[in-house]
Design a protein around this ligand. Structure first.
Ligand SMILES: Nc1nc2c(ncn2[C@@H]2O[C@H](COP(=O)(O)OP(=O)(O)OP(=O)(O)O)[C@@H](O)[C@H]2O)c(=O)[nH]1
Ligand SMILES: [Mg+2]
Length: 696
């Protein structure tokens, strides 16, 4: 690919609900641009963008893929991202790198949570938005309802530009409202144009092209004072004014144009490709948030004339190629073999080779200008790092990632594979920022957390295919505790064994009582040397060992104080070991007499949900034995609920919330404190803890 100007680059990210046709649209655009000579399908596992074996197996996207190609004299960097919420980390990385966000909407199923999420994310990042209605060839398409729904959800700046002619519920042609021309397509997506004046767009509802011109005319009028005046005086725009106005409205982001395509029987892809020229180039896109070398907040515009700075927005850990880093050049020109500074670590870094990507296919390039997106291999920088020229160090703001709330304990299915698990997962963590992995110190389990069951299922499959390790995912254990509620009288622990020769003798009287301290508190109040001082440490050690396993379910005992009051010893038979055993006998006896109870961990919960879901979520929290502490509107139809809930009831909350709030809910949940376990749950919990212990 030849060297380019920033002005000739278009970074387009394809977003939308899962299954709406993003990967198919990338395929159709590549076909129409002459980059590929046949259109692959997700179902056949032969598309350019879904090349990962897991994507081929599952028939949906799980990774961000980049398909760069030349069209006219432009370089289009298409970023195809997953629609499924489990893979939202990749979606967010794509949204960050793209300048124009195409939100795909199926003409069959319309606006869904994925559509709304894509819109909200694009708005938040100040990106240009373009709606592309796909699947117009489908016999169950309902384009004009979908168009109304887009207007209802996203307001008056939704502006139809390319709309279908539907006759007898069948798609006939695409009408370019700006040119008032209709386009009919052959099997290869090549169109023949005809005059569309007076055309009826939908014979069933009598929708005419003229009736759709209002939105378009308004958008055109807003592009200049002169046109606005004309609009208010009711004068018709000339064809040229409309055409220029649409482009201007798109370039400036005043209107959100609506296009229509079929991806499988390609139609409309020629018109869409042509329009992509009018989408902003990287230098006219919104500035990026960054901090300078002194940590001061700055805004940076894409600018080829400034010293180099480039942001690593995605990392792939490929067992064969090594590490691949997807980089967006923000300022200057990135070239191999130059010393750069990694602003995150201060380390000097050299980029060896640079590639442009077409799905999995790499083509080496010699440089990448500001605004371009390329891949570097084997660099040490990580996702989120900025590489810069030493003369001007900046750090770009991070991509925001969803919180990994879906937790599973991870184990090796084969003994001895434990080290391979952490090695493999460390690599996967580099490429997936919505994944976390670490030891739960309370339960001693390795916990893998992600965004949902499909997410962790893919991690499991990748561990097998990339690192050859079979992992097992299980519901994590709950870290129960035991404690006492009553002070005991002094309790005896006496260990005496006479088995010929040397005997064993230890005898202690200990009093047990509740205390605030989590760890055991040990005191001694021995008078007259009934137990010699040198045995005190052994007695304390005996108690310390004992509190590791309580008498109810064998869980650690917290909040207990032991005071050694009395005892006796034998000048020959007493030993440290004998006193340790005596102390543990006293402990067992003492705990039984001190009204022992189980404690369960309680977490602090913050749930952010659409207002309409509050009733249902509150009811659900009640069923989970949760306590709602407060509920506050957070604006924009969102409510925040603060609550506390037992951790044992919350394992499936991620999937539950996704289903109830249709993907629009979020939450955080963190350990807060221990509370007594309700007595009706005691038997069930004791049995489950004991069976877990037996398994080990
Ligand atoms: N008839 C018809 N089918 C389409 C069209 N676009 C996509 N499809 C089909 O819809 C299904 C889903 O398409 P994909 O492109 O994989 O959807 P996606 O948006 O990439 O989905 P995710 O990767 O899960 O987010 C596939 O079976 C496609 O062949 C279209 O324009 N017409
Ligand atoms: Mg896809």
């Amino acid at each position: 690919m030849k060297n380019l100007d920033t002005a000739k680059i278009k970074n387009i990210v394809l977003t939308g609900h899962s299954g709406c046709g993003k990967t198919a649209l990338a395929e159709a655009l590549l076909y129409r641009a002459g980059v590929i000579d046949r259109i692959g399908k997700s179902a056949d596992g032969n598309t350019v963008c879904d090349f990962d074996p897991e994507e081929i197996k599952r028939k949906y996207s799980i990774n961000l893929s980049l398909a760069s190609f030349e069209y006219s004299d432009y370089k289009i960097n298409l970023l195809d991202v997953p629609g499924l919420l489990d893979f939202a980390a990749a979606t967010n990385e794509g949204l960050y790198a793209g300048d124009t966000v195409i939100i795909c909407v199926s003409a069959k199923s319309g606006v869904h949570v994925g559509t709304i999420k894509a819109y909200q994310a694009a708005k938040k990042l100040n990106k240009h938005i373009l709606f592309v209605v796909t699947k117009i060839d489908d016999p169950n398409q309902d384009f004009y309802s979908v168009l109304n729904s887009l207007k209802e959800h996203f307001g008056a700046s939704v502006c139809p530009v390319i709309v279908p002619e539907i006759s007898n519920n069948q798609f006939k042609s695409l009408v370019h409202l700006g040119r008032m021309k209709s386009y009919t397509y052959d099997k290869k997506g090549v169109s023949v144009a005809a005059d569309a004046s007076g055309i009826v767009l939908n014979d069933k509802e009598g929708i005419t092209a003229d009736s759709l011109m209002d939105g378009l005319s308004e958008a055109v009028a807003e592009t200049s004072d002169e046109l606005m005046e004309k609009f208010f005086e009711g004068e018709a725009f000339t064809q040229e004014e409309i055409s220029h106005g649409i482009h201007e409205a798109m370039r400036t982001g005043r209107a959100m144009p609506v296009f229509t395509v079929s991806c499988t029987n390609p139609a409309g892809c020629d018109l869409l490709l042509e329009f992509l020229k009018y989408m902003p180039d990287p230098s006219t896109a919104a500035a990026l948030k960054a901090t300078d070398k002194d940590g001061k907040d700055i805004d940076v515009k894409v600018d080829a004339s400034a010293p180099l700075s480039a942001f690593v927005f995605r990392t792939v850990a490929d067992p064969f190629v090594g590490k691949m880093s997807f980089i967006k050049v923000i300022t200057g020109t990135l070239t191999p073999d130059k010393d750069l500074v990694n602003a995150a670590t201060g380390a000097t870094e050299r980029v060896g080779k640079l590639y442009t990507m077409l799905g999995k296919k790499q083509t080496e390039v010699t440089s990448a200008v500001a605004g371009d997106i390329v891949v570097a291999t084997k660099i040490s920088a990580n996702t989120g790092d900025t590489l810069c020229d030493a003369s001007k160090v900046v750090s770009y703001a991070q991509v925001t990632y969803p919180n990994p709330t879906y937790r599973m304990a991870v184990k090796a299915s084969k003994q001895g594979d434990e080290a391979k698990i952490s090695g493999g997962l460390q690599r996967l963590l580099e490429e997936d920022k919505a994944l976390s992995f670490g030891l739960d110190t309370t339960t001693k389990e390795q916990i893998l957390a992600g965004l949902g069951d499909q997410h962790l299922d893919v991690v499991k499959a990748k561990m097998k295919s990339k690192f050859g390790v079979d992992i097992v995912l299980e519901e994590p254990k709950i870290a129960y505790r035991e404690t006492i509620r009553k002070k005991t009288d002094k309790v005896q622990g006496r260990h005496k064994k006479q088995s010929g020769g040397h005997g064993q003798f230890g005898d202690v009287w200990i009093e047990f009582e509740p205390t605030d301290s989590e760890s055991l508190v040990f005191e001694e109040k021995i008078f007259g040397g009934s137990v010699p001082k040198n045995f005190f440490p052994a007695i304390e050690k005996g108690l310390q060992d004992s509190v590791k396993k309580g008498v109810l379910a064998g869980c650690p005992v917290v909040g207990i104080k032991a005071t050694l009051l009395d005892g006796s010893y034998h000048p020959v038979d007493s030993s440290e070991m004998a006193f340790k055993i005596a102390a543990s006998l006293a402990f067992k006896e003492g705990m039984k007499k001190a009204d022992p109870i189980m404690l369960e961990p309680i977490g602090s919960l913050t749930v952010t949900i659409p207002d309409a879901n509050t009733g249902e979520i509150m009811g659900d929290l009640n069923k989970r034995r949760g306590r709602v502490l407060g509920m506050e509107p957070a604006g924009d139809g969102i409510t925040v609920i603060q609550a506390e809930a037992p951790m044992r009831e919350m394992h499936d909350f991620t999937m539950y919330l996704r289903q109830v709030a249709k993907g629009m809910g979020e939450y955080t949940f963190e350990f807060l404190r221990y509370e007594p376990l309700p007595s009706n749950l005691l038997d069930e919990v004791v049995a489950s803890v004991k069976s877990d212990d037996e398994e080990e």
